[in-house]
Ligand binder design. Structure first.
Ligand SMILES: NC(=O)c1ccc[n+]([C@@H]2O[C@H](COP(=O)([O-])OP(=O)(O)OC[C@H]3O[C@@H](n4cnc5c(N)ncnc54)[C@H](OP(=O)(O)O)[C@@H]3O)[C@@H](O)[C@H]2O)c1
Length: 199
C-alpha cells in the first residue's frame, strides 16, 4: 500500500480550519516543489514561497523516510539514508529557515514513538527520531529572535495500520487528526523546545 501525505494532509486541514493560509510542499503533488534531502531545493522553496506569499510564519514538516530492516541486515547506506531522510533534512529546514524566516517564526518537526519504544526492524527510525528530538531541545535555546521549535512525536496512526501490518502489534493507534492537532498546539501555543507526544 502506498501512503501519501497521511500526516501532511491532516496537518494541512487542521491549520486551514484554524484560519491559517497554508502552502504545501513536497517532491510531487503539492503547491511548491521541494526535496528536503537537497539543501538547494530547500533554499529554492523558501525563496519561492517568500516571493509569492511574503513572510513565512511557521514551518510544519510532516515528511521524512527511514528504512525498516532487521539490525543484522542493515548496511551503512541504510543508516546514512535514514539520517539524511528524516534528521539532516529536517535540521536543514531549520538551519536555512533562520536566515529566511521572520523573528516570530516557528518550526514543527516530526519524530515518532520509536524514539522511546523499540520495535523489531526499527533501529534506524529510533536513532533518527531520537536525534531530531535532541536537536529540537538544543536548537530552542539558540534560535534567533523569538523563533520557536517543537517536535510532534506520534504513535502509529489508525490510517496507517494496513500499511504497517503487524509491525505495531500491541500498540494503541491514534487517529492522525490527533497528531495534526499537536501541530496546531506547536504553531499557536507559544511554547518551544517541546516534544509533543501523541499516543
Ligand atoms: N504513519 C504513521 O503511523 C506515523 C506515525 C508516527 C510518525 N510518523 C512519521 O510521520 C511522517 C509522515 O508519515 P506519513 O505516514 O504521513 O507518510 P506518507 O503518507 O508517506 O507521507 C509523507 C509525504 O512526505 C513527502 N516526502 C517524503 N520524502 C520527502 C522529501 N525528501 N522531500 C519532500 N517531501 C517528502 C511525500 O510526498 P512526495 O512523494 O510528493 O515528496 C509523502 O507523501 C514520517 O516522518 C513518519 O515517520 C508516521
Amino acid at each position: 500500500m502506498t501512503m501519501r501525505f497521511t500526516l501532511g494532509r491532516a496537518v494541512h486541514t487542521a491549520l486551514r480550519d484554524r484560519g491559517h493560509q497554508v502552502v504545501t510542499a513536497s517532491r510531487k503533488g503539492a503547491d511548491v516543489h521541494v526535496d528536503i534531502t537537497d539543501p538547494r531545493s530547500i533554499r529554492a522553496m523558501y525563496e519561492q514561497v517568500a516571493q509569492r506569499e511574503g513572510d513565512i510564519d511557521a514551518v510544519a514538516c510532516a515528511a521524512g523516510s527511514v528504512p525498516w530492516r532487521p539490525l543484522a541486515e542493515l548496511g551503512t547506506d541504510d543508516i546514512r539514508g535514514g539520517l539524511e531522510g528524516k534528521a539532516v533534512s529536517q535540521i536543514e529546514l531549520v538551519r536555512q529557515g533562520i536566515a529566511h524566516l521572520p523573528a516570530h517564526a516557528s518550526y514543527t518537526l516530526v519524530t515518532g514513538i520509536l524514539a522511546r519504544e523499540p520495535l523489531l526492524t526499527g533501529s534506524v527510525a529510533a536513532l533518527v527520531n531520537g536525534a531530531v528530538e535532541a536537536f529540537v531541545r538544543a536548537a530552542a535555546i539558540e534560535l534567533p529572535g523569538r523563533q520557536r521549535i517543537n517536535a510532534v512525536s506520534p504513535t502509529v496512526f489508525e490510517e496507517s495500520l494496513d500499511a504497517y501490518g503487524d509491525t505495531f502489534a500491541g500498540f494503541d493507534a491514534v487517529p492522525v487528526a490527533r497528531a495534526a492537532n499537536a501541530y496546531v498546539k506547536s504553531v499557536e501555543g507559544h511554547r518551544t523546545g517541546q516534544i509533543f507526544l501523541v499516543e
